[in-house]
Ligand binder design. Sequence first.
Ligand SMILES: *Cc1c(COP(=O)(O)O)cnc(C)c1O
Length: 399
Amino acid sequence: MNETDSISIIEESDKVFANTYKRAQIVIDKGAGVTLWDKEGKSYTDFMAGIAVCGLGHCHPAVVNAVKAQAEKLFHISSLYYVEPQTKLASWLVKSSFADRAFLSNSGAEANEAAIKLARKYFQDKGEKNRFKIITALKSFHGRTYGSLSATGQDKIKKGFHPMLQGFEHVPFNDIKALKEKTDKNTCAIMLEPILGEGGIILPESGYFEEVRKLCNNTGVLLIFDEIQTGIGRTGRLFGYMNFKIEPDIMTLAKALGNGLPIAAMLAKEHIAKAFVPGTHGSTYGGNPIACAGALAVAETIEKEKILDNCLVQGKYFKKQLVNLQKQYAIIKNVRGIGLMIGAELSIDGADVVKKALEKGFLINCVQTNTLRFVPPLIIKKEQIDALIEILDDIFAGL
Ligand SMILES: *Cc1c(COP(=O)(O)O)cnc(C)c1O
C-alpha cells in the first residue's frame, strides 16, 4: 500500500464514509503510551484514550505481545467449543466482581442488549409475562442499537429513528422519588451508569445508589449497572460500583476491557444468569480468542503495574489542578469526577477549547456541548497533567 498524505486521506474519507462522525482534521498514524503521532510526525498527548478505551495507553507491550502470540496460534473458533483465553478471562471477571457468570460480546451496545434480554427473560421464565419495563436515567447513554438506544435517555440521539422498542421509561438521575414513582409491578429492571459519561460526567449524590438498591430489594426489580465507561479501573477501582457500597445484579463492560480490542462482557449473579440456556442468546465473535488474550493481558497488567493506585493519585492531582484553574477563570463553572473520569463544566460551548487544545498537541473532548471530558490513559503522569493544565491556562486566558 502506498503512503498517502493526510490531506488526501481526509478528502477521500469525506467522500466514502457514511457521514456519522465530525472528525478532527488530523490523521493519527501510531501511538505509544499516552502519546500519539499524526502522519506528518506531529505528536499529541492523549487525554481521550479513544473515549476511555485505552486505559493502559496505546500499544502496551503486554497487550501487543498477547495479541501477537494468540494470532499465531488461533484466531477464531466460535463458542461452540472451549478455548483457554476465553475461559481465563471470564474467570477473572467473575472472581474480581459480584458476578457468577459472564457472557462475552464485541461492543458495549451488544453487552447492554444481553443485559436487557436477560432481565426480561428472567421474569418471563417466572411466568411474569408483563414484567418487561426498564427504567433508565435521563441524559444516560447506553448505545446505538435499538435496545440500547431505547434505553438511552436522550431525545437528540433517538431523533429520526422512532419507533423505539417498547417498555423503556426515563427519570432524572439522582431523583430517587421519581424512580420510586415510576417503579411498578411491570418493572423488571432499573438500568444506570454509575457516573453519567456522555451525559456530562454527572456523579451520583451521596446515598443515591443505596436508596436505589433498597428500592430494588423491596420490589424484586433487577439493578443493571452499565459500567462500559466506568469499568476496568477508570474510577480508581476495578468497577465503578465499588465506590458506592452496593452491588448491582447485572453489569456490562466494554471500552477499557480490551484496551482497544473489540470486546465486551455482560456479568450476572447465578440465579439471574440461569435464564440464559443454550440457544437463547449468542454472538459469532463474542469471546474471540485474540480479543480475550488481549483483555487477559489488560487484567494482568492492571494488577502488576498497580494501575488503580496511579489512577487514584493522578486523578486527585488532576482535579486539584483544574480546581485551581477554576479559581482564576469564572468560565469554569464546575469541576467533578472520580479517579480519571473528570469533567470541567464551562459557561460557554467547549468546542473551541477542544480545537485550540488539539492545535497545541492535546487531545481532549467535550460532552453535552459545554463539559470538557478528560479520560486519559490510566498510566498518565503528573508531568503530562501539568503540561495540559498549562495549555488550558493559556487557552482560557486568551478567550
Ligand atoms: C460507550 C458506551 C456505550 C456504547 O458502547 P459501544 O461499544 O459504542 O456500543 C454504552 N454505555 C456507555 C455508558 C458507554 O460509555
